[in-house]
Design a protein around this ligand. Structure first.
Ligand code: HSE
Length: 434
């Protein structure tokens, strides 16, 4: 706190989120001062890109291209990091925390990769590092995991935590679009980046799942512990056939903990329509947590965008500022010391949906069912779909009872070697909640 009783804030990164956060700090001074009990004052805002400084519309005296003006400034009590990525965000936050400044970040990649180290550094320096906006944009989820749900033994997280991919699968489902067309629409609407890899290949939700699972299971989960598959191989007919079977297709992020063994995965999944996650559409996110006391709770809302993200970032800033005013010390930010093991993906047991193009003549199904039977995979349904009489092929859709991933991958690998199987088009896991 400054001598004049105010709390100084510095913002690193003036993209759309940083500019919005700065705007809220400037426009809502009265509301924020009322919440905190002292003025919360934006003292510096930095971006190396001068075009972004100009586009931000912020008063010139606040702007700088030198991040050291923020992290070293004696006028700044709280550093808000909205640069994204690991470098230089890691170095800047390390400097800020080491100098006894509090910090707020929306950076999922950094928190997934270096979160526990940064949190420890904050603790050593008696300051806070808050990161509500790193998962689910404006949805309060980090706070509830750190506080409201602490009495629970959390057993599972099922989440839709990437708005871009949820927009794409919603388009494919509702409009029968192929993946490339739906992606182009997402880009045109400003929801997908020009290089969409981080979203469509599932890196972004894997980072977010690592953050959630670390908090929920009190351990250190790294992004590379999360099995990851993206959505680019989904075809429009998968949505149609899944619909006929009573399922939506969603990119799910799933973490389960059974007896200190964690399974962590991000992949497309068939979700039964009766489950609320099947009805989370467009850019919305939702996170379902199951605890032994609370049962299932669902958090739903806007997972990205300047306004929802600024809600979480400014909320964290206010919480820190209140702590400074009340001089309350560092509250333990979580315990990540539990020893767990990570279950290999091959040991997953779940049901599967597969779509194959096969030769359309007698005996073909017998070939296929033999492969499944030999690997102890029990078929739940098998349906012949579109036949093409000109080339004598047909599409068949198989669903299985719960089976082990290792056996299922082996079965479909073997099928690809059989003459009568022209293509294994899709193999998608089916999540049936018990
Ligand atoms: N790219 C992310 C999404 C938003 O599509 O959800 C930021 O986390």
């Amino acid at each position: 706190m400054r001598e004049d009783g105010s709390i100084g804030v510095g913002v690193l990164g003036l993209g759309v989120i940083g500019s919005q956060v700065a705007r809220v700090l400037l426009d809502q001074t009265e509301r924020l001062a009322h919440q905190v009990g002292a003025p919360v004052v934006l003292r510096r805002a930095v971006d190396i890109d001068t075009a972004k400084l100009q586009a931000s519309g912020l008063p010139g005296h606040l702007l700088t291209t030198d991040a050291a003006d923020v992290v070293n400034s004696p006028e700044v009590d709280v550093v808000v990091e909205l640069i994204g990525g690991v470098h230089p965000a890691m170095d800047l936050l390390t400097t800020a925390l080491s100098q006894g400044k509090h910090a707020v970040t929306a950076n999922k990649e950094l928190m997934a990769k270096q979160g526990p180290e940064l949190i420890e550094l904050a603790e050593q320096n008696g300051v806070h590092l808050l990161y509500e906006a790193s998962v689910g944009g404006g949805i309060p989820i980090i706070g509830p995991l750190k506080k409201d749900l602490l009495a629970n033994e959390i057993t599972s997280i099922y989440a839709i935590i990437n708005g871009t991919t949820n927009y794409i699968v919603t388009k494919m489902s509702r409009e029968g679009l192929d993946f490339d067309s739906a992606l182009r629409q997402a880009q045109a609407a400003g929801f997908a980046e020009s290089d969409p890899t981080n979203d469509i290949e599932g890196f972004d939700p894997a980072y977010k799942l690592a953050i959630l699972a670390s908090l929920a299971f009190h351990t250190r989960v790294r992004a590379e512990d999360v099995y990851r598959e993206g959505i680019s191989r989904l075809a429009p007919q998968d949505f149609q056939y899944a619909d006929e079977l009573g399922y939506a297709i969603k990119l799910l992020a799933i973490a389960r903990c059974d007896d200190d063994v964690l399974s962590l995965r991000v992949h497309p999944a068939l979700v039964p329509y009766e489950h609320l996650l099947a009805r989370v559409d467009g850019v919305f996110n939702a996170i379902e947590i199951e605890g032994d006391l609370v049962g299932q709770v669902l958090f739903h809302g806007q997972g990205a965008g300047p306004l929802p993200t600024s809600s979480a970032v400014v909320g964290d800033t206010v919480e820190i500022a209140r702590g400074i005013v009340s001089r309350s010390g560092s509250v333990r930010p979580g315990n990540f010391s539990r020893e767990v093991s990570i279950s290999p993906m091959e040991e997953l047991t779940t049901s599967y949906y597969a779509r194959l193009t096969v030769a359309d003549h007698a005996g073909v199904l017998a070939n296929i069912t033999k492969v499944l039977g030999d690997l102890s995979i029990s078929i739940a349904s098998i349906i012949q779909k579109n036949a093409d009489p000109t080339v004598r092929t047909a599409e068949i859709v198989i669903t299985t009872h719960p089976a082990q991933e290792r056996a299922v991958q082996e079965a479909f690998h073997q099928m690809e070697q059989i003459d009568v199987v022209k293509e294994v088009g899709s193999l998608i896991r089916v999540e049936n909640w018990s």
